[in-house]
Design a protein around this ligand. Structure first.
Ligand SMILES: [Zn+2]
Length: 127
């Protein structure tokens, strides 16, 4: 990927994650739909077959979404004591929405970091 650095300026992984764009050029779309990676970048042609985010995004989503939504729910309960129906109607959809958005962002971020650090599955070289 050293020749990539000569042709394409470095893309900030956070910017690539927030826009779910190609980790090499920052322009092409990374996903079909919510989190399914495309075969390649429509802008620069980067082959996305190297992508292997695994279960990594899920643990970040579980930790961060729970911290945000449950923390906000506890804060609202302590300060305003609304009825349980308000909690269900507000925090239920909020938890789902935050989780879906965060899953997309975290997966794109992990892919961008994988590309930046040229990370791949470990292999034993016996030569
Ligand atoms: Zn690209």
């Amino acid at each position: 990927m050293t020749e990539d650095a000569a042709k394409f300026p470095a893309v900030d992984p956070i910017r690539a994650a927030l826009s779910a764009s190609c980790p090499r050029c920052g322009n092409g779309r990374l996903f079909y739909g919510l989190t399914k990676p495309r075969a390649s970048c429509s802008s620069c042609g980067l082959d996305y077959s190297f992508i292997d985010a695994g279960d990594g995004p899920a643990i970040f989503v579980i930790l961060l979404a729970d911290l945000l939504v449950v923390g906000l729910a506890v804060w609202v309960e302590i300060n305003y004591q609304p009825s349980i129906w308000l909690h269900i109607l507000f925090f239920g959809p909020l938890a789902i929405g935050v989780s879906l958005w965060l899953m997309r962002v975290m997966k794109a971020w992990l892919i961008a970091m994988q590309y930046r650090h040229n990370a791949s599955q470990g292999a034993i070289d016996r030569d």
